[in-house]
Design a protein around this ligand. Sequence first.
Ligand SMILES: C[S@@+](CC[C@H](N)C(=O)[O-])C[C@H]1O[C@@H](n2cnc3c(N)ncnc32)[C@H](O)[C@@H]1O
Length: 213
Amino acid sequence: MQFYKKKLKQEHKIMRQAELANGALLQEYHRPTPECPNPERWSMYDSMTAEAEVLEFLRTLITTIKPNLVVETGSFLAVSTLWIAEGLKRNGFGRIVSCEFDPVVYARARENVANSGLADWIDLRNESSLEMQVDGCIDFLFSDSDPPIREQEVRRFLPQIKPHGILLMHDASSHLKVVRDAALKMEAEGLLSVVLLPTPRGLVIAQKRAGRQ
Ligand SMILES: C[S@@+](CC[C@H](N)C(=O)[O-])C[C@H]1O[C@@H](n2cnc3c(N)ncnc32)[C@H](O)[C@@H]1O
């Protein structure tokens, strides 16, 4: 319980810092890892929002694979949600369902979505990824909530992901470890094929093994 309270405070603190920074890009300051020895070559808005280059990659993946249904876990301030929605808007179809379980953070994310001009593409929910119900087959899952529960949420959504769908798990660096280990464990079980992209915080890009042709 103590750990849980601490985490919430950290998220609120970073949210305030992000508000003060007002959209300014900073140098990435996560520590170097063997796979990514120069994290300072990347940029970020804050330490919760995905790296700026990863946000661009998300939008490009959306315009590349043209998904109908995107699910995101962990909206935070909805910055990644908006980059994904921008890709959907360029495609002209699709929607993103994104969940944020902290009500204070969710309220701010909702404002950001409302002010973005992209609200029609976004279904933002104040609930946990471990409880959220999504109807339909998922083309694209971006797992970016609390690292210790990523394995659980990926396993939960896996049956709903299309055989050629794409899964991304953020924070999968060898330093953060828990998400990386979860992805490799699911690969060893034959559930996923994974590629470990060497970004500052680590990004797994994966596909289900079942049903591929
Ligand atoms: C790393 S941040 C997400 C960053 C965001 N995807 C971006 O790149 O702009 C993680 C967020 O997940 C939220 N979170 C943690 N556990 C969650 C859960 N089980 N369901 C939904 N959100 C959760 C946290 O409150 C936090 O705001």
